[in-house]
Design a protein around this ligand. Structure first.
Ligand code: AOF
Ligand code: ZN
Length: 369
């Protein structure tokens, strides 16, 4: 059904979409290419929520040349009046004769209506070209649209023998500087970073993105002026955090998840009251509320207790583990506290997606099955 040219142009649209990776949240990144008689007449990508969609930039660039062109888009053109008017309508008005979408938009406000509007207007509308690549562009947005939960990635640093700290708790620094820069990249790619009061108190963690510390490849596509800080969410069930901690001396919004709100905080520190479940803050409610606040993706940077609790509740999608070429011995601390795990058949299983060297450390990316 799709020609070699179709593949080529959709690959170009995917490439354009990736340029929005650090800036479009809570919107998905989307790329669009308009092609007429084998020549590109317009290109565009979505840059920021509230600003025009990819198709609008491409149509603007093409002007009158859009008439009779084929549009390649990495996501179904929208059909709804959101912050911007529907792209399906704009494509119809411009006289495009064929639209190829990599996938249907799982946003319930769209969900196939964009493609139907196009067909009804006599435009040939195809979808499903390079859909796996398009899916991989926006895992958080798609998960939130389909499940009303954010995509959750747990990041961990450990020794080669899988220890995250000495028995004393000493853990700075196990991994090397390039792995730490890569963690900055991960933070920049997520809408929220989740941690616990324990980690914030003992590590003095600031959990923000420091542009200067990003890897050069990220800086090249993400200018300092465009830097956005992820929402720092800290589980503080016993109200142990105080405004004098390093976390509150760094820029970026904070959300304190507590059982009872209290204290005087600056306006960029919000508090969220959560119910208790077996004496612990209810993490399922937390994630549902984060999704309601348009958080697509959460990066967890925490100790074995919070990581274990999240894993045990089936709330984790992915794991990014950095392993340094060091041995900390069997008295060192493990990565996940899983007291209910007693038999091998119960062990959580993972699918490895990627394994590579980052400096002298190994980076393992794995999906929880
Ligand atoms: C498109 N092209 O480039 C993007 C789309 O609030 P709005 O108006 O920006 O609408 C956001 C929704 O539009 C978003 O949730 C998603 O369903 C779709 N994104 N659609 O046709 C684009 N970024
Ligand atoms: Zn649109």
């Amino acid at each position: 059904m799709f020609s070699q040219d179709d593949y080529q142009w959709m690959n170009r649209a995917l490439e354009l979409a990736r340029r929005g990776r650090y800036t479009t949240a809570p919107n998905p990144c989307v790329g669009a290419v308009l092609v007429k008689a084998g020549v590109v007449v317009g290109e565009g990508w979505h840059q920021r929520a509230g600003e025009p969609h990819a198709e609008v930039y491409a149509l603007h660039a093409a002007g009158e040349e859009a008439r009779g062109a084929t549009a390649y888009v990495t996501l179904e053109p929208c059909s709804h009046h959101g912050r911007t008017p529907p792209c399906a309508e704009a494509l119809i008005k411009a006289g495009v004769t064929r639209v190829v979408a990599a996938m249907v938009d799982p946003n319930p406000q769209v969900g196939g209506r964009g493609l139907r509007m196009l067909s009804e207007a006599g435009i040939k509308a195809d979808f499903g070209l390079l859909s796996a690549e398009a899916e991989a562009l926006n895992p958080g947005f798609f998960k939130r649209m389909r499940t009303a939960f954010p995509q959750v990635t747990v990041k961990l640093g450990a020794s080669l023998d899988g220890r995250t700290a000495m028995a004393s708790g000493e853990s700075q620094w196990i991994t090397g500087p390039l792995a730490r820069a890569d963690v900055q990249r991960l933070r920049a790619r997520h809408d929220a970073v989740l941690s616990s009061a324990e980690t914030v108190l003992t590590d003095g963690a600031s959990l923000n993105v420091r542009w200067d510390e990003l890897p050069p490849s990220v800086k090249a596509v993400y200018p300092k002026e465009a830097l956005r800080q992820p929402l720092r969410v800290v589980i503080d069930s016993q109200n142990r955090l105080t405004p004098d901690l390093p976390l509150f001396k760094t820029t970026g919004p904070v959300l304190l998840a507590r059982h009872k709100v209290d204290g005087d905080w600056p306006e960029w520190v919000q508090q969220l009251e959560l119910p208790l479940l077996d004496g612990k803050l209810d993490l399922v409610s937390l994630f549902m509320l984060l999704a309601k606040r348009n958080i697509n993706s959460v990066l967890v940077e925490a100790g074995p207790r919070l990581c274990g609790a999240l894993l045990g509740k089936g709330l984790v999608d992915e794991l990014v583990l950095y392993q340094a070429p060091k041995l900390l011995g069997d008295e060192g601390r493990g990565l996940f506290h899983l007291p209910e795990l007693t038999r091998l058949f119960q062990a959580p299983k993972l699918n490895l997606k990627d394994v590579r060297l980052v400096g002298q450390d190994i980076r393992i990316t794995a999906k929880i099955v």
